[in-house]
Design a protein around this ligand. Structure first.
Ligand code: ADQ
Length: 531
C-alpha cells in the first residue's frame, strides 16, 4: 500500500476558524460546517497546513490570531486575504450566483455576469500562489469545492509538482445543464489538471464524464480497475475520477447522543411538545433544501388527514446562510410567510403545528433534537450529500425514528434501504409518506433505522478521508517536465474565453501574473490574435 511521503496541504474557501470584527477589535470564531470534522481523520495520518480565507479583509492582527489558533491542531492555519470586491464577485458572485444554482439544476437563478468570471480567475490564482509558496513536491494538496476549480491549472503553470486532488462537495450537473455555463470548456480543462477528482456519487462522476465526452472531443475514459473509479485522459493529461461519498463521525455522534444530559434534553423537548409526534427539519437557509415544498407538504397532511391535527408538530430549524445574496433574502420571506400562514390556519389552543427557529443550534441541542425526533424530514430539491440525514441516523440511539429522504440528495442512493425515499416536488406524495411514518408499526421503524445506522457506521467519515488519501497516494508523482508535455500535446480550446485559460505560459517555476493584471494571459491572447 502506498502512502503520501510529505504533508497534507488542505485548501478551502474558508478556514475552519473565522475572524470577525468584534467590540472594536478582531476575534476568532469557529466556522460552521462539517469540513473540519470531516478532515480530522485525514489530519491524524498526515499533519500539514490549512489554507483558506479567514472571513475578513486584510488586517495585521489576522496572522498572529491564526498562529495562536494553530496551537494544538495537527495543521497550521494560513490565510489568503481577499478584498471586499473579491468576496462579492468571487464568493457571492461566481461561486454562489452561478456555480451553486447551476450545479443544483436551477439555471434560472444564475447571474452569468462576466465580471464574476474575471474575479473568480484572479482569486483562484491567489489561492494557487499561496499553495505554491508552501508546497513541496512530496506533499499532497487537497483542494475543496466549487470555489477553487482553477487552482490546479494555476499551480501546474507555475511548475508545482505536488500531487493535486479535488473534492466536489456539491452535485455535478448533466451536460444539458453544465453546457449553459459560458466558461464550460475552460472549467473542464482546468479540472483535468488535478490528478485526482472526487465526487459524492456515481451520478455526479458520471455527469462529469458525460460533460467531458460532450465538450472535449478527444477525451478518453477508461476503467481504473477499482469500483467507482475511472481514468480520464486528455492529451498528455491523466486524472483519476472517483466516487467518494462523504460521511460523518458516526461514533462521535452516537456516543454524544448517549450522554445523560442529552437524555435529559430529549425528555424535556418531548414534554414541552406534549409528547406529540415530532417531525424534524434541519437545514441551512438555502433554496436547494426544499423548505417551502416541505411546508406545503405539511399543509396537505393537515388538510387531508384531520385526525393528525393536534397529534403532530414540525420543528423546523434553519441556520441563516448567505444573507447578502438577494435570492436568499427572498427565500427567508417565503419560508416565514408559509410558516405563519400554516400556523394561522391550523393552530388551536395548546397546539401550534410548526415551531420555527431561524438560528444555529448548539451541537448538544442539535443532537437532542435528532434523538427526540420521530421523523426526520430531509427533502432537498438537490444536494451533494446531506450530512443531516447521516447525523440523524447516528444520533437515533433509541432506534425508533423514521427517515424521509429526498431521492435527489446524494445520501439517497446510499440510504435507500432504510429510508422512505420521496420526490420533494411531489408534495402530495411527501404528505402521504409523512402519514405513513406516523402510523408505521414500531418494529418496522426499528428494523429500518437499524439498517440505516449500520450503513452510516460502516461508511463513516474516517473511511471517506482514508479512501481519498489512499487514491491520492497511489497516483504517480507528476514528472518535473509535465508543463512542457502538456503544451505540446494537449488540444487547446477554440473559444476566446477558453483560450485565455488553455493557452499562455506553461514553462518555468515562477508564478505567472494574475488574470486581468498587466502582462497576463488575457493580454497575451489579444496580442496573438486569439489563437
Ligand atoms: P451543506 O449544504 O451545508 O453542505 P449538509 O451536508 O446538510 O449541507 O451540512 C449541513 C451541516 O450544518 C450539518 O453538519 C448540520 O449539522 C449543520 N446544521 C444545519 N442546520 C443547523 C442548525 N440550525 N444549527 C446548527 N447546525 C446546523 C455541503 C453540500 C452538502 C454536503 C456537504 C458536505 O451542500 O450536500 O453534504 O457540503 O460535503
Amino acid at each position: 500500500m502506498n502512502s503520501i511521503k510529505g504533508g497534507l496541504i488542505n485548501v478551502s474557501n474558508r478556514l475552519p476558524v473565522q475572524i470577525r470584527k468584534h467590540a472594536g477589535g478582531v476575534r476568532l470564531f469557529r466556522s460552521s460546517g462539517g469540513l473540519a470534522t470531516a478532515l480530522n481523520a485525514a489530519w491524524q495520518e498526515q499533519p500539514g497546513i490549512w489554507i483558506g480565507w479567514p472571513g475578513m479583509a486584510q488586517d495585521p492582527q489576522i496572522q498572529p490570531l491564526l498562529r495562536k489558533a494553530s496551537r494544538g491542531r495537527p495543521y497550521t492555519l494560513q490565510a489568503v486575504s481577499l478584498t471586499d470586491d473579491e468576496v462579492a464577485k468571487f464568493y457571492a458572485g461566481f461561486a454562489n450566483e452561478i456555480i451553486w444554482p447551476l450545479f443544483h439544476d436551477m439555471p434560472t437563478r444564475c447571474n452569468f455576469d462576466p465580471a464574476y468570471w474575471e474575479v473568480y480567475q484572479r482569486v483562484n490564482h491567489k489561492f494557487a500562489q499561496a499553495v505554491q509558496e508552501t508546497a513541496k513536491a512530496e506533499d499532497f494538496v487537497w483542494i475543496h469545492d466549487y470555489h477553487l476549480m482553477l487552482v490546479a491549472e494555476n499551480l501546474r503553470q507555475a511548475g508545482c509538482r505536488s500531487r493535486l486532488g479535488f473534492f466536489l462537495h456539491i452535485p455535478f450537473p448533466a451536460p444539458d445543464m453544465f453546457e449553459k455555463l459560458p466558461w464550460r470548456e475552460a472549467i473542464l480543462e482546468a479540472l483535468l489538471r488535478f490528478d485526482l477528482l472526487g465526487f459524492q456519487t456515481d451520478r455526479d462522476r458520471g455527469n462529469f464524464e458525460d460533460c467531458l465526452r460532450k465538450l472535449l472531443p478527444d477525451i478518453v475514459v477508461e476503467d481504473a480497475g477499482v469500483p467507482g473509479q475511472h481514468v480520464v485522459r486528455h492529451g498528455a493529461l491523466r486524472s483519476l475520477a472517483g466516487t467518494f461519498p462523504i460521511s460523518i463521525d458516526f461514533d462521535e455522534f452516537a456516543n454524544h447522543a448517549l450522554r445523560p444530559e442529552i437524555g435529559e434534553s430529549v425528555k424535556s423537548i418531548r414534554k414541552d411538545l406534549n409528547d406529540r409526534f415530532l417531525l424534524l427539519g434541519v437545514d441551512r437557509m438555502d433554496y436547494t433544501k426544499g423548505i417551502p415544498e416541505r411546508l406545503k407538504a405539511l399543509r396537505i397532511v393537515l388538510e387531508r388527514f384531520p385526525e393528525l391535527r393536534r397529534r403532530i408538530t414540525l420543528v423546523q430549524v434553519v441556520v441563516p446562510s448567505r444573507e447578502e445574496i438577494p435570492n436568499y433574502k427572498e427565500l427567508r420571506h417565503e419560508v416565514e410567510l408559509l410558516v405563519s400562514q400554516i400556523n394561522g390556519e391550523f393552530t388551536q389552543p395548546g397546539w401550534v403545528p410548526i415551531h420555527y427557529m431561524h438560528r444555529s443550534l448548539s451541537r448538544e441541542d442539535l443532537i437532542a433534537y435528532y434523538r427526540a425526533a420521530d421523523v426526520a424530514l430531509i427533502t432537498p430539491l438537490k444536494d451533494g450529500m446531506n450530512l443531516v440525514a447521516k447525523e440523524f441516523c447516528a444520533a437515533q440511539v433509541d432506534e425508533r425514528g423514521v427517515l424521509i429522504l429526498s431521492e435527489f440528495a446524494g445520501a439517497g442512493p446510499e440510504l435507500r434501504h432504510g429510508a422512505t425515499l420521496v420526490n420533494p416536488n411531489d408534495t402530495p406524495a411527501v404528505a402521504t409518506a409523512i402519514r405513513e411514518a406516523c402510523i408505521m408499526p414500531l418494529e418496522e421503524k426499528q428494523r429500518r433505522i437499524r439498517v440505516l445506522r449500520e450503513i452510516v457506521r460502516g461508511h463513516n467519515v474516517q473511511r471517506w478521508a482514508r479512501s481519498f488519501m489512499q487514491a491520492a497516494a497511489d497516483i504517480p508523482q507528476p514528472p518535473a517536465d509535465q508543463e512542457t508535455k502538456v503544451e505540446e500535446s494537449t488540444p487547446s480550446r477554440t473559444t476566446p474565453g477558453v483560450a485565455l485559460v488553455a493557452s499562455g505560459p506553461r514553462r518555468g517555476m515562477s508564478f505567472p501574473p494574475a488574470y486581468g493584471e498587466p502582462g497576463t494571459r488575457a493580454l497575451t491572447w489579444l496580442a496573438r490574435g486569439g489563437d
